[in-house]
Write a new protein. Structure first.
Length: 411
């Protein structure tokens, strides 16, 4: 078995770490390829822990073998000696940063608009280490390890799930005896949606899942895109259009972006997705400067052409209404402006919880923590959407601790 000590000796330095060997070494999902102590001071290192950069085998959106990067953080060994059976583990699924490689949490050099979003959850993750839990943080497929031909499949559920789950296996193989069998999945925004997909795909792939927590999970993307396409005004939120198209391409590579987007959007703005963060895409010189009605080829959304119909099918498949076999906790601030609880006439998190409750009615395992307007103080400049993470930390920790320390069977 490859361990952190054996792999660190041969790990490439710098960003060469993110270029997978060709061909990939033989193995199975979760097998480590490279590992080294995290030495990028601007990366999303969890405070108070021993942080390792890892590259491991996983599966892409199409089921093919890929290499995926991420960070594994261990609690302080003096304050938290390894318990019998090893540390419980939290697999963290991060929120939207973009699809450009340099935006990946483990690769961020502090010079992208993604840096504040990558840094914000570190207080929560450091709190998890303080509980004596280890943390695994996937970058997701092709985020950090992408190529000009391979974009991160943003919000493509199966792709995200493989990253969230396979880094758990990688952590156990890199630190045998230190990482235990029990783990939980926690995610925010994009990561909340990814966490739900990961919990859905966990049975039969990774043992020991005790629960999943989704904070302001992305949901009902088709309605949001279709609604935005009718707005005769600019909006910084249109930065999500190219990200969602990148994700749709992960689910259906036959989609032709040139036939989905308007000529201006395709020629002038679509190329930005390869090197700009979500914040960069929101700027007036990018997707933040185009009207909603000018994003797509004529006819959308009322009479979509065949390529736009394929795009719509992928957007619909991103909604995380899924059968789930473990306890589920959904957290949402009612006045979150990014992911909305009830954005009538569109569907939001309230509707997702109703869907999940019906889908999992036999299990009765859906718990909804809805913070009413004014409950979560806005934490500028990232607002209530991110502030919900910190506000919910005490209740979330109590919920996770009951699952991670409980006796009984594990999934």
């Amino acid at each position: 078995m490859a361990t952190s000590t054996s792999l660190a000796t041969d790990a490439p330095a710098g960003d060469a770490f993110y270029t997978p060997p060709i061909p990939l070494p033989d193995g199975v999902p979760g097998d480590p390829i490279h590992a080294r102590p995290l030495d990028n001071p601007a990366a999303a290192a969890v405070p108070g822990g021993e942080n390792w950069l890892v590259l491991h085998r996983s599966e892409g959106a199409d089921g093919s073998p890929v290499a995926t990067s991420g960070i594994i953080a261990l609690p302080d060994r003096t304050a938290h000696p390894v318990p019998a059976g090893g540390h419980p583990l939290i697999s963290w699924a991060h929120g939207t940063v973009g699809v450009a490689d340099r935006c990946a949490p483990s690769r961020d050099r502090g010079d992208t608009g993604a840096s504040p979003m990558n840094a914000y959850p570190l207080t929560l993750l450091g709190h998890f280490l303080d509980q004596g839990w280890a943390v695994a943080m996937t970058d997701y497929e092709a985020l950090g390890t992408g190529t000009p031909q391979r974009l991160h499949p943003y919000l493509c559920g199966r792709s995200e799930a493989m990253g969230v789950l396979d880094i758990v296996t990688a952590a156990r193989r890199l630190f045998p005896g230190e990482i235990g069998e029990r783990f939980a999945i926690v995610g925010h925004s994009q990561g909340g949606q990814a966490a739900l997909f990961a919990a859905h795909h966990a049975p039969g792939r990774v043992e020991g899942l005790t629960g999943v927590a989704a904070i302001a999970p992305a949901n009902h993307l088709l309605g949001l895109v279709r609604g935005g396409a009718t707005l005769d005004q600019v909006n910084s939120g249109f930065a999500f259009t190219p990200l969602l198209l990148a994700g749709a391409l992960g689910g259906d590579p036959t989609i032709d972006p040139e036939q989905v987007l308007s000529p201006r959007a395709f020629q002038e703005l679509w190329p930005h997705v390869w090197d700009r963060s979500r914040a960069g895409l929101s700027r007036p010189d990018s997707w933040g400067g185009i009207k909603g009605t000018e994003q797509f080829r004529p006819g959308y959304p009322a009479t979509p052409n065949p390529e736009q119909q394929k795009f719509d099918r992928q957007l619909e498949a991103m909604n995380p209404d899924l059968p789930l076999t473990v306890p589920v906790r959904i957290t949402q601030a009612a006045d979150d402006e990014r992911v909305r609880a009830d954005p009538a006439p569109l569907l939001g998190t309230d509707a997702l919880v109703e869907e999940l409750t019906a889908t999992n009615s036999e299990r009765g395992n859906i718990h909804y923590r809805r913070y009413e307007p004014g409950t979560v103080p806005a934490d500028e400049p990232l607002g209530i959407h991110f502030a919900t993470i910190g506000h919910d930390t005490p209740e979330l920790t109590e919920w996770l601790a009951a699952l991670l320390t409980a006796a009984g069977p594990r999934g």
